[in-house]
Design a protein around this ligand. Sequence first.
Ligand SMILES: *Cc1c(COP(=O)(O)O)cnc(C)c1O
Length: 445
Amino acid sequence: MSQPNGDDPRRRIPRTDGLLVLPEFAAASERLGMKAVKAAVVGAQARARSGELAPEDVAHAALASLPDGDGPACTLRPLLNATGVVLHTNIGRAPLAAPAREATLAASGYVDVEFDIDTGRRARRGRGTLAALRAAVPAAEGALVVNNGAAALVLATTALAVATERPEIVVSRGEMVEIGDGFRLPDLIESTGARLREVGTTNRTTADDYAAAVGDRTGAVLKVHPSNFRVEGFTSAASVTQLATVCAGRVPLVVDIGSGLLAPDPLLPDEPDATTTLRDGASLVTSSGDKLLGGPQAGILLGATDVVERLRRHPLARALRVDKLALAALEATLRGGPTPTHRYLHADEAALRARTEALAAALAPHVGCEVVPAAGKVGGGGAPGFELPGWALALPESFAAALRAGDPGVVGRVEHDRTLLDLRCVEPDDEAALVDAVLAAARLA
Ligand SMILES: *Cc1c(COP(=O)(O)O)cnc(C)c1O
């Protein structure tokens, strides 16, 4: 190759070091690593040397050649939830509160998750999170956190039944629940090798039905909150108090409350909570972290010290253990103020209406829309049939797809040929972005 002379455009090709210190490149290095960014710069410089690219375009071309342009390194797209469904399983259930997001970020490097700063030795993993759980639920002697609610059940049934001479789990026929996407609790439990001893009928099961089934082969009695359906009419189920009497001193009573309320919520009187369930005599309560508790995906186990210890020492506990990010988010959820989940559930109807009307007023000059009453839902398989009174902005149905594809993507609800946007789960700070998203969608819809 000939040496470039004085007015050769190749002399204007920016130098690698000069580019790498620019803020855009520094940010890209942070995300993707210096090596990838350097390679992109070298590639763009080579294209400029061959005349394929103007020297002025090297910086831009290098950035554009990085994965996803200058977008994030992860393909998960943040969304605005305008569905009015608070715990929407398909878009990540509970959104984390600000303190939980900060804690997750802080825990993403090296942290003392299993390390004692004073002694420099190993310490109990997640002890801060366990202490926060016990502080939040004083009725619990012991606490354990695993990967999710399903894992909590698997661990409980394995440690209390499969690993013993007592392989049977006694459960009501009215509580053989499918939790969604084809996963059924009875199958999950039997997959551990435990045997289900079904009692009662679909609509009625009495304490006597349990008493007749509990015997030498019973590892535990399991009560499952039928969280995603309702049986109405001629129904009855044994209460936790009654079951505690049946089990007393003989076998552990495990109650899967599902949604993770730690204390009663007057808004949801039919949702069981951990405190009441333990006070009523359950030996162990299992639940999810990312439903009504409003935290990260996790399975929470609360109960009697000896039962929790049996679970903690079982080898499966290691396979189901929760990672440091979830431990951090869970602790901050427990120690922080009201979660977004709580705020969205308890949103004031009049305030929602005022916000929706303001949104309509901002959009009306550009887009045909109206404010209509619309009920929100708990979602996530919780409180079926329960409606949260609220309001929505109604747009033509064709907006739904354009809104989903926008940046940020907006997920609404299509009902009766209209796209409804419900502000219940949209933060006021995100409303300006929502207006922009609707205006952008109007150009496509
Ligand atoms: C949601 C639910 C589960 C499963 O919990 P995950 O955290 O989704 O694994 C189990 N039991 C009940 C009653 C539930 O509502």
